[in-house]
Design a protein around this ligand. Structure first.
Ligand code: NAP
Ligand code: MG
Length: 497
């Protein structure tokens, strides 16, 4: 038996005050004076009013980031940047429980799970700290007539606009900040309107860590206003975006203004393939949590569960049983395994898909309807849902639902399942469950997605690149590839005669 710590549900950060934005090292209100509200999705309670940054505030933040980039930040050496990032890692570690509580309050994530991820979150910041001292270009032997020294230098790209979603606010915030700092960039981060609290608290920790004014700016606000201005701003050099492909397409168009460098971490509809020879005792919880983790609000969720026909009935029944036994509730209860959906909009979207699935002829073996009894009625709760009798052409098998909904689809042969798994506009994640190493390797190589897990799902390592094929985007987070996304390459051709 494990004993659970108790969590302070009233962090000092939520003292009733209006939450301001971080621009140029100062906490400021929006120029318009406007604010918006952020709610607890488990209870519907108001958590805080937050400054509603708009174009004018983005302009001020970008100007501050530019001044810092052209000014003092340029002279901060890699080892000094490393120390600042390490200091931020220490502070995030020290305040980790409070940050997890803020994530749970603002977007519902079960704290019993997030509290165990300290090493993943803090370790990822420390990984980028190490990368700050690992940036090197190359010298090139010149074939030019005369004496030349030729080299390819690596330089920070400049001012980065980072736009993040709400599904993992702490992790998304610290990753975007620490990679930009490692590369020597400055940034303006726009959190999602549904979950701005943790990013703003991380902003306080950035100042406490001694990161100079203007290097990290955080502008809370809406996508169509603040986010759109950041993407179209002529003085932003790069947009690092994580979110849906709909928004990604808008950002790609807006960024054409000054031909920004882009990285796009977009959505998915990932296949999770279960062969009959898999270790089913591991594959059942693995396949269930591939989607039910974070109430299905994960970009790489393995929502298209392809199951070899010989075990289809048994496997689907076991995954459904696993889901039906999960404890759904307020994420602040350490025993909760699945929390609410982030917002009433997301609730409406997911319940629509539940209806669509049933209209299309799929059968909900478990779940299938929103929970409304008692305390559930105040929050956005949808139980783990498993649909069987799903065919590839159904909308529930093609579109990203971003909720706890598995579409279980039978298959017969390796070639067939590979072809069907790849028949999607997305390519973010994928899973293969089998005891046959050769088969695992062949299938993993043929799936067209940025990550394939074998006999595992959703496990992340800061040293390993993560990103999408096809409409799941481009660019890689994690690993040495990530820092490179924030660097420019400059050729130096020096006549030494
Ligand atoms: P979203 O609606 O695309 O929003 C993401 C961010 O973009 C938010 O900050 C949003 O602001 C902002 N935004 C909205 N419209 C904008 C515009 N016109 N210009 C600039 N910014 C704009 O996505 P979401 O619903 O927050 O998150 C869910 C999606 O993210 C899913 O598709 C999921 O798969 C994807 N995701 C991908 C990854 C990955 O690593 N590949 C990781 C996590 C999530 P508002 O908050 O004001 O709307
Ligand atoms: Mg909220």
């Amino acid at each position: 038996m494990t004993t659970h710590p108790k969590f302070n549900a009233n962090p000092a950060f939520l003292d009733g005050s209006m939450k301001k934005m971080l621009i140029d090292g100062r906490w400021v209100e929006a120029k318009t004076g406007r604010t918006f509200e952020t709610f607890n999705p488990a209870t519907g309670e108001l958590l805080a009013r937050v400054a509603e940054g708009d174009a004018e505030d983005v302009d001020l933040a970008v100007a501050a980031a530019r001044r810092a980039f052209e000014g003092p930040w340029r002279n901060v050496k890699p080892n000094q940047r490393q120390n600042l990032i390490l200091k931020l890692a220490d502070l995030v570690s020290e305040h980790y429980e409070e940050l997890c509580v803020l994530d749970t309050l603002d977007m519902g994530m079960p704290i019993g799970r997030s509290i165990q991820n300290r090493e993943r979150v803090v370790g990822s910041i420390r990984y980028y700290a190490a990368q700050a001292m690992n940036i090197h270009g190359e010298t090139i032997e010149s074939s030019l007539d005369g004496e030349f020294f030729t080299a390819a230098l690596k330089e920070p790209i400049g001012v980065v606009g980072a736009i993040i979603p709400w599904n993992s606010p702490l992790f998304a915030t610290v990753k975007k900040i620490s990679v930009a700092l490692a590369a020597g960039c400055t940034l303006v981060l726009k959190p999602a309107e549904e979950a701005p609290l943790t990013p703003l608290r991380v902003g306080e920790l950035c100042l406490e860590a001694g990161i100079p004014p203007g290097v990290v700016n955080i502008v809370s606000g809406f996508g169509e206003t603040a986010g759109a201005r950041l993407s179209a701003h002529p003085d932003v050099d790069k947009i690092a975006f994580t979110g849906s492909h709909f928004t990604g397409q808008k950002i790609i168009r807006a960024s054409a203004v000054n031909v920004k460098k882009l990285s796009m971490e977009l959505g998915g509809k990932s296949p999770n393939i279960i062969f009959a020879d898999a270790n089913l005792d591991k594959a059942v919880p693995g396949a269930a949590m591939a989607t039910f983790n974070n109430a299905g609000q994960i970009c790489c969720a393995g929502t298209r569960m392809y199951v070899e026909r010989a075990i289809y009935d048994e496997f689907v029944a076991r995954v459904a049983e696993y889901g039906s036994k999960m404890r759904v509730g307020n994420g602040l209860d350490p025993d909760t395994q699945m929390g609410p959906l982030v917002s009433t909009e997301q609730l409406a979207r997911v319940t629509d898909y539940l209806k669509i699935g049933q209209q299309e002829g799929a059968e909900a073996v478990t779940g299938g309807q929103r929970l409304t009894e008692g305390a559930f009625g105040k929050g956005n709760f949808v139980p783990p849902t498993v649909f069987r009798n799903v065919t590839d052409n159904m909308r529930i098998a093609r579109e990203e639902i971003f909720g706890p909904v598995i579409s279980a689809i039978p298959f017969d042969t390796v070639d067939e399942v590979v072809q069907r798994a790849n028949d999607t506009p997305f390519g973010l994640g994928g899973g293969v469950w089998t005891r046959d190493v050769g088969k695992a390797h062949k299938v993993a190589r043929r799936i067209r997605s940025g990550t394939v897990w074998v006999n595992a799902y959703n496990v992340m390592d800061p040293s390993v690149p993560f990103g999408g094929y096809k409409m799941s985007g481009f660019g890689r987070e994690g690993g040495v590839h990530h820092v490179d996304e924030y660097l420019q390459t400059k050729a130096l051709i020096l006549n030494t005669d």
